[in-house]
Ligand binder design. Structure first.
Ligand SMILES: Cc1cc2nc3c(=O)[nH]c(=O)nc-3n(C[C@H](O)[C@H](O)[C@H](O)COP(=O)(O)OP(=O)(O)OC[C@H]3O[C@@H](n4cnc5c(N)ncnc54)[C@H](O)[C@@H]3O)c2cc1C
Length: 485
């Protein structure tokens, strides 16, 4: 008797290797129908932003190419996932539907509805509907305190993760996929119109190679050159000191398990202490990603509301022109402007600079962190509901294990410390590129002759600071005091 086909529904797991749903479908033995459903309405308040959509289009193209290499193809549909899957089951005569789990509140809720709906709608046939762990090392419910509660502090969460059995070794990609006798109807990728128009992605195209091969290349490069200096260099935006794997991880072009084991293997084949230290710090960052998903799963309201409820009463300011200056990289603070322009150009920003620009928005300008969340959501290629929420709530002091609100980043000393020669600023704010390192992070204090020599006319070629940082700091602390009272 021939085995009926299995539908494998791809979501944020756009890869062929270490893909448990795909692997299980192959093991089941029948034809495999790889499927992608474009369903922005199913994402609740968080349909993919513009930069994320650009990435998604490229990533799907790469997945489609990979599937063709296995003798298969990608069935592309649009619409409510339950309706689409039901229709596909009918058209293909499938008796199994497999997919990998996601943990964002909208996706989590839909999964239950879709599972129930598929089982109900399958008439007399028993439909085999199964989901798998794929995008995290440790699922949110696998890790909890002794009182069976979610963690809210990172260090004990990390310890608890490391006390669990090590994540299993990744699975190889299948060598071939069995085709169905007849393919169900499919749209072409371009029909989805996922890619934003007009095309403003030149900078992103130059910087990134979306897809599994690009992810592997980044990882290999990091293992070869980056990991050795990671412990000391990861805070330096003027160097390529981090892996830049975040968009690849978000779209599941590479799994955290693959990254985890590749790093472990690198350590075991090296005697260099710096490699060991770099690897340890790097794996801790991967666990921050786990922590972010753990928090979002247990506190699903946090993309829009503070985890610490008292911060809901914080006296934020409605400041349209401040927000616009921040978004456009025209605040007059070079490190802030460099970060915001890097974001606009390549859809990514160094972690240290994310903290600096976020602090500037919420503490210097007193603009609600939710407005920063939204801007990042639209402009980051790695926009990720869990990591973005954690990053903003951490900076605003209202989240789990957050930086205390009274710790206000000074954009000048941060710039001087982490971009000592001003190379990062010179790259993204070229109109300041001729200023000597001594002045590049505080051009308003430079002697007129230095400014003139560097071709800088404050207020003309580059903005004067839109706010005085010391005054802003006092204002932020006063605002915080109202909260306490
Ligand atoms: C305000 C703010 C917003 C952020 N928004 C996002 C976002 O939308 N998407 C996103 O992926 N990251 C976000 N981050 C976290 C962090 O900045 C990025 O993950 C990191 O810069 C990605 O670069 P990388 O891959 O070179 O990191 P590496 O240093 O090479 O780290 C490896 C991986 O670990 C994970 N990781 C590293 N740092 C963190 C962290 N602090 N929190 C959670 N995971 C982490 C990422 O998946 C990253 O790819 C945000 C941070 C802040 C302060």
């Amino acid at each position: 008797m021939s085995i009926s086909p299995t539908i494998v529904w791809f979501r944020q797991d756009l890869r062929l290797d270490d893909n448990p749903a795909l692997d299980e479908a192959v093991r089941r033995g029948g034809a495999v129908i790889p499927t992608y459903i474009w369903a922005p309405d199913a994402e609740g308040d968080w349909p993919p932003g513009a930069a994320g959509r650009w990435w998604l289009h490229q990533s799907l193209a790469s997945l489609e190419k990979g599937l063709r290499g296995l003798g298969s193809r990608l069935v592309i549909r649009r619409g409510d996932p339950l309706d689409v899957l039901r229709d596909l089951v009918g058209q293909a005569g499938a008796e199994a539907v497999y997919w990998n789990r996601r943990y964002e509140p909208a996706a989590d809720g839909h999964d239950e509805r879709i599972k129930a709906g598929l089982s109900e709608g399958s008439g007399g046939t028993a439909l085999d509907v199964r989901t798998f762990k794929s995008s995290l090392l440790f699922e949110p419910d696998e890790v909890c305190t002794k009182q069976w509660k979610p963690y809210q502090v990172y260090t004990p969460f990390r310890k608890a993760c490391l006390a669990l059995p090590s994540p299993p070794e990744p699975i190889e990609a299948p060598a071939r996929l069995k085709r169905p006798r007849r393919w169900p109807e499919s749209l072409a990728l371009d029909d989805l119109e996922v890619e934003p128009q007009p095309d403003w992605a030149a900078g992103m195209r130059e910087e990134w190679t979306p897809g599994g091969a690009g992810a592997r290349e980044r990882l290999d490069e990091f293992l070869r050159e980056g990991v050795v200096g990671y412990a000391t260099g990861r805070d330096r935006p003027d160097r390529i000191g981090t892996s830049r794997l975040s968009p690849h991880l978000h779209f599941g072009e590479i799994s955290p398990r693959q990254v985890w084991h590749a790093v472990k293997h690198r350590v075991s084949s090296s005697r260099n202490r710096a490699v060991r230290q770099g690897a340890e710090v790097f794996l801790s960052q991967l666990i921050w990603r786990e922590f972010a998903h753990h928090l979002l799963h247990h506190f699903p309201h946090t993309p829009a509301e503070p985890l610490r409820a008292k911060y809901a009463a914080f006296p934020w300011i409605d400041d349209e022109s401040g927000l616009r200056a921040w978004q456009r990289g025209r605040t007059g603070y070079p490190i802030v402007d460099a970060g915001m322009r890097e974001l606009w150009a390549i859809g990514w920003m160094h972690n240290r600079v994310r903290m600096i620009v976020a602090s500037f928005l919420v503490k210097d300008l007193l603009i609600p962190w939710q407005q920063g969340v939204r801007w990042f959501w639209d402009t980051l290629v790695d926009a990720d509901l869990a990591n973005n929420t954690l990053g903003w709530q951490w900076t605003a002091g209202c989240g789990a294990d957050a930086a205390p609100y009274f710790r206000v980043f000074n954009p000048v000393s941060q710039g001087q410390r982490f971009d000592p020669k001003g190379e990062y600023v010179a790259r993204w704010v070229p109109e300041l590129g001729k200023l000597p390192p001594k002045w590049i992070h505080r051009p308003w204090e430079a002697p007129p002759s230095v400014l003139a020599g560097a071709g800088v006319a404050l207020g003309k070629t580059y903005p004067a600071p839109i706010i005085d940082h010391d005054e802003a700091r006092r204002r932020a602390l006063a605002a915080l005091a109202t909260l306490k009272g």
